[in-house]
Design a protein around this ligand. Structure first.
Ligand code: GLY
Length: 390
């Protein structure tokens, strides 16, 4: 954070009662919801939508992404999934643009007997938690997805895990936010602190935005203020020929104990991901990672070899110490954090925006959201203070 000090007298470029730092899915959704409630909102980002949101595959997959010991995260993600179709249709209605939301379900598949046993263990855990999953034989799996390799020996159908296109969703959110009155400033911003409270945002290259509230939604870049860290993901985009889609639904594969996912879009894009690497802020693409992702994808779906390779890129997910996001006031008064969404930023975008808008208005949030209070890390969670809604 930048102490305001002598720069207090500096001119503000734009004034708003809320400044949202970070123009990815989380920040843009927060800005939109706050503007809908009558706040005067400025969104600050040097390259909106160029971070983790740009790489994300867009799986809305609380059940398939279940990890042992993450029941609180599961509850949060189930809540978000239950509201996502409505969120997506509100974004579409407000913007006049599509979001690529598809209620297509997800198929988890196993290549060999060891993978099948692992899938069965996961399914037992999912079932014990009351989640809806169906065990399928290799033959049943191939009936659903005929392009899967004959050696795929079993699977789990998760009818409730869907997908959205994060790039389309963000483009639509930006229009919705703009129509709701959000103003955008393309600059790198830093939280300004004066006498122990956030009072606005300082802009690289000069200028300040004074505000009663700053919303910190800079993903892994929020690490200067809260305990988040970058978790690198390398991801590939392929193109399926028109009318020849090799998959109908999201496929999450286990290939000799390695994980790979394939997310087919209606427009023919096929997203293949992703690595998970602890390498700091490294966004380089490596030959080895691309090779392994394509090799595993091709092992599951041999026709992958014929598809056009459109894009490879790497971005950093914002990991938190317990994999739950940080949503709430802190660590200084005047600052509200919406960061640390790790593998679930797309799924949690609508829920986070609603939560942020509710917190700013002093409303109660659901227990699943209250569990995300940054105060759990010993950050001083400052109480809400008045933010003028018009
Ligand atoms: N949620 C998928 C990923 O983080 O790779």
């Amino acid at each position: 954070m930048v102490p305001l000090g002598n720069s207090l007298a500096a001119q503000s470029a734009v004034q708003g009662d809320v400044v949202v730092l970070g123009g990815g899915l989380i920040g843009t959704a927060c800005a939109w919801r706050l503007a809908q409630r009558g706040h005067d909102v400025v969104l600050v980002d040097p390259a909106p939508g160029a971070g983790a949101s740009y790489a994300a595959a867009g799986m809305l997959a609380p059940v398939s992404e279940l990890h042992h010991g993450e029941e609180e995260l599961l509850a949060l993600c189930l809540l978000a999934a239950a509201g996502f179709a409505d969120f997506a249709s509100q974004v579409s209605e407000a913007s006049g643009l599509p979001t690529g939301y598809r209620a297509c379900g997800t198929l988890a598949v196993a290549l060999d007997a060891g993978d099948r046993a692992r899938l069965a263990r996961v399914r037992a855990a999912q079932t014990a938690l009351g989640l809806e999953v169906e065990a399928l034989s290799g033959r049943q799996v191939r009936q659903l997805e005929p392009f899967l390799d004959p050696s795929v020996c079993g699977g789990t159908l998760v009818r409730g895990d869907h997908q959205v296109n994060p790039r389309e969703l963000l483009a639509a959110l930006r229009v919705a936010a703009e129509r709701a009155g959000v103003r955008s400033v393309r600059a790198l911003g830093e939280v300004l602190v004066h006498e122990g409270r956030a009072v606005g945002v300082g802009l690289a290259g000069g200028g300040e935005l004074r505000a009663s509230l700053v919303v910190l939604a800079t993903g892994a870049r929020a690490h200067e203020h809260v305990p988040v860290r970058p978790v690198k993901g390398q991801i590939i985009r392929l193109r399926m020929p028109a009318g020849e889609h090799v998959l109908q639904r999201t496929v999450r594969g286990l290939v000799r104990d390695r994980e790979v996912y394939l997310v087919p879009r209606e427009d023919g894009e096929l997203v293949v991901g992703a690595t998970s690497e602890e390498r700091g802020f490294d966004e380089s693409v490596t030959a080895g990672a691309v090779h392994e992702l394509l090799r595993d994808a091709q092992t599951l779906v041999p026709a992958v070899a014929e598809l056009e390779l459109v894009e490879v890129l790497a971005r950093c997910r914002p990991g938190s110490p317990d994999n739950l996001p940080l949503i709430g006031f802190g660590p200084v008064p005047g600052l509200l954090v919406a960061a640390g969404h790790y593998r679930n930023g797309v799924l949690l975008s609508g829920l986070t925006a609603d939560a942020v808008a509710a917190l700013v208005s002093g409303e109660q949030v659901a227990p699943e959201v209250a569990a995300c209070d940054p105060g759990r890390f010993g950050l001083r969670a400052a109480a809400r203070e008045e933010v003028g809604a018009r």
